[in-house]
Design a protein around this ligand. Structure first.
Ligand SMILES: *[C@@H]1O[C@H](CO)[C@@H](O)[C@H](O)[C@H]1NC(C)=O
Length: 124
């Protein structure tokens, strides 16, 4: 009886400690929202900048604008047979800097990168 109780406590302790370890390994837990979007931790990542550049380049090709990259403000990714990048990108349109929401889909193994959409928005 005593041993059983001890084991049970050990079990509870494991339940408490494991999540902490899982959280500590990468510094932060992999938080996903209910649709599976995960925050990009390193917004300065050159790879993320490359995705933003691609989105602006593709958008410029399709429109009369000539948006110039200023910075990536924040972003999220979602994996689904590839990776969706949902970024907030600051870009210069003529004299004005605005924020743009860009969604890019990528399958690196298939050498595929696709702009889903890019749209401006006013609020941060
Ligand atoms: C994943 O994408 C590839 C195209 O690169 C497609 O051929 C394949 O059917 C897709 N798989 C799923 C599970 O959607």
């Amino acid at each position: 009886m005593k041993v059983q109780k001890y084991c049970f406590h050990l079990f509870l302790l494991t339940l408490l400690i494991l999540p902490i370890y899982a959280t500590d390994i990468e510094g932060k837990p992999d938080v996903r929202d209910k649709n599976g979007w995960k925050k990009i931790k390193n917004i300065e990542d050159p790879y993320v900048k490359g995705i933003a550049d691609f989105a602006l380049f593709e958008s410029n090709k399709r429109s009369n604008f000539n948006l110039l990259f200023e910075g990536v403000l924040r972003g999220q990714t979602r994996d689904s047979n590839g990776t969706y990048y949902r970024l907030v990108v600051a870009a210069k349109n003529g004299a004005h800097t605005r924020n743009y929401r860009a969604v890019v889909f990528e399958q690196p193994w298939a050498d595929l990168r696709k702009l889903i959409y890019l749209t401006s928005f006013n609020k941060h």
